[in-house]
Design a protein around this ligand. Sequence first.
Ligand SMILES: [Ca+2]
Length: 199
Amino acid sequence: MKVWSLIIAAGLLALANAHGCPPLWTKLGGTCFRYFGFPRPMRIAERVCAQFTSCSDAGTTAVAHLASISSAAQNTFLYNLVESVSLELPPPPVWIGLNDLASEGRFSWPDGTPFLYKNWARGSPNNGGNSDCVAMPAEQPGAVWFSVPCGEEFSYICSMPADTGPETPGQVDPSQPAPYSWGYAGSPYIEAYLDNNYA
Ligand SMILES: [Ca+2]
């Protein structure tokens, strides 16, 4: 088991150093997305998202939020992402970031994305039961959005900007120490053994 752990750790480190998204996040365009399968109320889900940040080569970081969706292509991509990991088909609803918590009827995305693309289900949004939060996909074609009370517990998708640094895969500056190194670093006991037996 230890060998497998090392292989997995090495793989994650390799991914962590790659341009774009951290391990376990999926890149589409300039955005990283990740599905979280444990049902949570919307505010808790948003808090979990906010624990993640993107690291840019320029040294800036951006905090993750519940996912914002700005195009039909993104919407379809997220539906497929959820479907690929869901244990039920069609998948149960997931939280996206859209909400009108701050001002009834004025929906906005938590990361400040302009609210231009919309994919409401028929009858949504409505404020039935104080439906200030939004879930997708539902058991309807088109991965349409429903306004629902924020206390419902759903799985969720987080999003954050991808690393915007220069893309330099596989390039290493030889003058700098490697951030992670694997291998034999030297041991006085082994050196002595080699001297005594093979000198
Ligand atoms: Ca509302």
